[in-house]
Design a protein around this ligand. Structure first.
Ligand code: PLP
Length: 395
């Protein structure tokens, strides 16, 4: 094409950053070269593989220290973490929960588990996350403060909470969002599943929500095989999170007493052993991932028609998944790019389908989603594993 953006140009730019000889490069592969083997062997040797053991406590303490919250509770996956965050925030059946249309399905699923209704809001291009200013205008139109909280005047449902998501590890603009939550009496819960190692104004993501959720799925920045965590600065909610995710059993040497409906969501010790080993390497993963992002950024600066997505102002991102954004005029060529890169052994993917387009959510309330719709057409994720960053390859 005359403006220079061809499949060939795109492939060249990617190949200038990626290793010269490679088999298929996935989007994000785990790296397990630390103490994983030692710690898992310890679980096997001692028989402490399941629901209790020292690695769970250690993992929770180290996560809380790293993310700067008072309490972290390790659970089976990020979706379960979100589910419990919503329950403990007091979300009830019939409540509307604000969430970005542009997110992974887990956010909407967790809301549905509570019998609540996802209410889809738009994103902004500078963060890829919810747009606080557009949201503010929207709430001024549709929201009404009554005795029981914030209500949607159009549907009559209570708007109980908002679940922003830090897309690909890039923090949303939290300060204005916190103000909106105060003004409209809406509880903030962060879906920080993708943002372990990402900071907003110097503080770790997950500190702003009453409760927040992390994920340690196999493709996330660190992995426990499968896993997640609930973060909170509220000591009582922290204790309750531990209680409700461990079948709500009251402590006794032999009696089975349960004082509420609980969940078997605890993270097994063998998974926490992986988590402890992975956390030790997190600083190195982050350095490598930021190095990779910087090299992608340079490789794409001169190319018209496409840009590498860089961390928003005021933020330090973990660059969990790197993203390219086509200009609107080139959006129609996205699938040709996906085809060519995957054929060349470089895994690329479009972003998730917007939640409001999925059959189970088509009737949910939503605002104008024009920015999310545009991002959905133009976004391409590219390989992002820590091993592709400098300093990791020979470690
Ligand atoms: C990964 C992820 C989750 C949690 O997923 P699990 O696979 O259940 O750990 C939640 N929200 C988002 C946005 C995610 O990317």
């Amino acid at each position: 094409m005359s403006n220079g953006l061809s499949v060939h140009t795109l492939l060249n730019a990617l190949q200038s950053v990626l290793p010269p000889e490679h088999s298929f490069l996935p989007l994000h592969e785990p790296r397990l070269n630390g103490n994983e083997w030692t710690y898992v062997k310890e679980c096997l040797d001692t028989g402490w593989v399941s629901s209790v053991g020292k690695f769970v406590d250690r993992f929770e303490e180290e996560l809380a220290a790293y993310t700067g919250v008072k309490r972290a509770v390790a659970v089976v996956n990020g979706t379960a973490a979100l589910h419990v965050c919503l329950l403990l925030a007091g979300v009830k059946a019939g409540d509307e929960i604000l969430m970005p249309a542009l997110t992974f399905i887990a956010t909407a699923n967790a809301i549905s588990y509570c019998g609540a209704i996802p209410h889809f809001i738009d994103s902004e291009e500078s963060t890829l996350g919810v747009d606080p200013f557009k949201l503010n205008r929207y709430l001024e139109e549709i929201a009404e403060l009554r005795a029981g909280g914030c209500f949607n005047r159009l549907t009559g449902h209570r708007i109980k909470a908002i679940v922003p998501m830090h897309t690909f590890g890039h923090p949303v603009d939290l300060d204005p969002l916190v103000n909106i939550c105060r003004r409209f009496d809406i509880t903030l819960i962060e879906d920080a599943a993708e943002s372990l190692g990402s900071f907003y104004k110097g503080r770790h993501t997950g500190q702003w929500g009453l409760l927040s959720a992390l994920s340690f799925n196999g493709n996330k920045t660190i992995t426990t095989g499968g896993g997640g965590a609930i973060l909170t600065n509220d000591e009582d909610l922290g204790l309750l999170a531990k209680h409700i995710t461990t079948t709500a059993k009251t402590p006794h040497r032999w009696k089975f007493n349960h004082d509420m409906i609980g969940y078997n969501y605890r993270m097994p010790n063998i998974n926490a052993a992986l988590g402890c080993a992975q956390l030790e390497q997190l600083p190195d993963f982050l350095t490598a991932k930021r190095d990779l992002a910087e090299r992608y950024r340079k490789a794409f600066t001169e190319i018209p028609g496409i840009s590498f997505f860089s961390e928003p102002a005021n933020s330090q991102s973990n660059y969990w998944l790197n993203a390219l954004l086509l200009d609107e005029g080139h959006a129609g060529r996205r699938d040709a790019f996906l085809e060519a890169t995957n054929n060349a052994g470089i895994m690329t993917r479009p972003v998730w389908s917007l939640m409001n387009k999925l059959p189970m959510f088509t009737d949910c309330p939503k605002m104008d989603l024009s920015v999310a719709e545009s991002l959905e057409r133009r976004l391409i994720n590219i390989p992002s594993s820590a091993i592709l960053g400098r300093g990791m390859a020979n470690a």
